[in-house]
Design a protein around this ligand. Structure first.
Ligand code: PMP
Length: 289
C-alpha cells in the first residue's frame, strides 16, 4: 500500500506532497504539532489530543482550520487510507506561506496543515519488557514549553546525546530538577509508593498520556504527588517511568549509567502500563471513559 499523506485539504501520495520553501513552519518553526497513537486501527485518547491541538493553536494565534469533529474524521480517513493498524498519526499546523518576514502574515493567509501516519509497534515493545535507559541533559528550551511547538532543536540535541549514549530518552534538567523527557513526561515512584510527577506549568508540555495515567492511578486509589523532583531523588527512587503517546508507559531502569532500584521494570509501573493498555484497547476515538 503506498503511503498517503494529508496536505492542505487533500490526501495525496507521499511522493507528490509539496510544501512551499516560504512556509513559516520551515522558516521560523512557526507552528505546532500533535501526535496520537493508533491501536487496532483506532485512535487512542484522541479527544484529549485534539483539545491540546486547539489550545496550542490559540496560544500562538493561528486560527484552527477545522472543527474538532472534522479533524477526527480526517485522521480516521488517513489511518484508513494507509491501512494503519498500530502506530502514530502526526499532525502539524503552521502559520502558512508568506514572504519571509517575522510578524504574522495578513489574516487571509491560510495555515498549512500536514498529517501523516507512522507504523510502530507500541503494545509489543521489547523495550517495555526490559525497561528503558535514560541520560540527563540540561534543559535548553524556551519558556513556553506548554505549547507543542515544532521548534524542537533542544530536543533533537538532547535525543542525539541519548542516542550517542545508547539509551532511549534524555531527561531534561533545570535548576537540579527534572522537567520532562525529550518527548515524554517523567515520573518516579518513591519507596513508600507515591507516584511523583512535575505539576503542569509553562515548564513542561501537558502530556495527554500523563493525564490518562494519573486518572487511572487515581481510580486505583494510588497516591499521586505533583511536585518537582531532583535527579538524585530519581536515582534513589523505587521505580521510574516515562509516558508519551508513542511509548505509553515506559519503565525506566537506568539513569546516567546507574540502575534505578534493581534495574528492572518495577511492579507499580508494570501495573500502570497494563492499565493504560487496557484503556487504550477498550476505547476508540471520541469514546474515552
Ligand atoms: N513532553 C514532551 C516534551 C513531549 O514532546 C511529549 C510527546 N509529545 C510529551 C511530554 C508526552 O506527551 P503525550 O503523552 O501527549 O504524548
Amino acid at each position: 500500500m503506498s503511503r498517503i499523506v494529508f496536505v492542505n485539504g487533500e490526501f495525496v501520495p507521499y511522493e507528490e506532497a509539496r510544501i512551499s520553501v516560504m512556509d513559516r513552519g520551515f522558516l521560523f518553526a512557526d507552528g505546532i504539532y500533535e501526535v496520537a497513537a493508533v491501536l487496532g486501527g483506532r485512535l487512542v485518547d484522541n479527544d484529549a489530543h485534539l483539545a491540546r491541538l486547539v489550545r496550542c493553536l490559540g496560544e500562538i494565534g493561528i486560527e484552527n482550520p477545522y472543527p474538532v469533529a472534522e479533524w477526527a474524521q480526517l485522521e480516521e480517513e488517513l489511518v484508513k487510507r494507509n491501512g494503519l493498524v498500530e502506530g502514530l498519526v502526526y499532525m502539524e499546523v503552521t502559520r502558512g506561506v508568506w514572504e519571509r518576514d517575522f510578524p504574522f502574515p495578513p489574516a487571509d493567509v491560510k495555515p498549512t496543515v500536514v498529517m501523516f501516519t507512522q507504523e510502530k509497534s507500541i503494545t509489543g515493545s521489547k523495550l517495555a519488557e526490559s525497561g528503558a535507559k535514560v541520560i540527563t541533559v540540561p534543559d535548553l528550551r524556551w519558556k513556553r514549553r506548554d505549547i507543542k511547538s515544532v521548534a524542537l532543536l533542544a530536543q533533537v540535541l538532547a535525543k542525539q546525546e541519548a542516542a550517542k549514549a545508547g539509551v532511549s530518552e534524555a531527561w531534561m534538567v533545570e535548576d537540579g530538577y527534572v522537567t520532562e523527557g525529550g518527548s515524554s513526561t517523567a515520573f518516579i515512584i518513591t519507596k513508600d509508593g507515591r507516584i511523583v510527577t512535575r505539576p503542569l506549568s509553562n515548564a513542561i508540555l501537558p502530556g495527554i498520556t500523563r493525564q490518562a495515567v494519573m486518572r487511572l492511578a487515581e481510580e486505583q486509589g494510588l497516591t499521586l504527588e505533583e511536585r518537582l523532583f531532583t535527579v538524585e531523588e530519581a536515582l534513589d527512587a523505587a521505580e521510574a517511568f516515562y509516558t508519551s503517546a508513542s511509548a505509553f508507559v515506559m519503565p525506566t531502569v537506568e539513569m546516567d549509567g546507574k540502575p534505578i532500584a534493581d534495574g528492572k521494570p518495577g511492579p507499580l509501573t508494570r501495573r500502570l502500563r497494563a492499565l493504560y493498555l487496557d484503556m487504550a484497547q477498550a476505547t476508540n476515538s471520541g469514546k474515552m471513559g
